[in-house]
Design a protein around this ligand. Structure first.
Ligand code: SIN
Length: 184
């Protein structure tokens, strides 16, 4: 698959007659909310783990020196906490460009804190995308993050902002917090 997934996503979901859609954010979409939303609620999805396994050529790194950002990896019995936003479908025109470096929109069941459930859309960078980097030692991932910078700023700020936001939501994500410790 090409680096730029904008067109793939445009063709992916039909929003005809739909007034609002839930979006599930688990990475920068938790702390960098540069889009309008109608409602916002913490939510959890089951069977997915957040991992710094996706390369970033356009936000927190460059094509020659990619940074690392999060994607979701299937993981039975693991939950991923994030933020759900109810948005107008036209918001995806902006988000598809923001998430264009390998992320595709998928439908996911979400569970809110009160136990109610809704389906939402989530951007996932799957293993077959050209920017996927995959696993590495925590120390190596942290070193790469410490050294990377791109048009959206320092890669370290992506990690630190995410760790701060997760802590504020009461989340305990061992992968993110271990990388944060290495970085600090
Ligand atoms: C997300 O935040 O939900 C997707 C990954 C990112 O933009 O950091």
């Amino acid at each position: 698959m090409s680096f730029d997934t904008t067109e793939h996503n445009r063709q992916r979901n039909c929003f005809d007659g739909v007034e609002s859609v839930w979006l599930f954010g688990y990475g920068s979409l938790i702390y960098k909310v540069d889009f309008p939303f109608l409602d916002q609620r913490p939510a959890t999805i089951e069977g997915w783990a957040r991992r710094f396994w996706q390369g970033s050529h356009d936000h927190r790194g460059t094509p020659d020196a990619p940074g690392r950002v999060v994607t979701l990896i299937e993981a039975p019995n693991v939950c991923c906490k994030g933020m759900a936003y109810r948005v107008s479908p036209d918001v995806f025109a902006h988000l598809d460009v923001r998430e264009k470096n390998g992320y595709l929109r998928f439908v996911t069941p979400m569970i809110f804190a009160d136990g109610t459930r809704e389906d939402g859309l989530v951007y996932i960078a799957t293993e077959d995308n050209a920017a996927f980097l995959g696993p590495a030692d925590d120390a190596d991932i942290a070193r790469q993050i410490a050294a990377s910078e791109g048009p959206s700023g320092r890669n370290r700020d992506y990690l630190l902002n995410l760790a701060t936001a997760l802590r504020a939501m009461g989340d305990d994500d061992p992968h993110v917090f271990a990388l944060e410790s290495y970085l600090r």
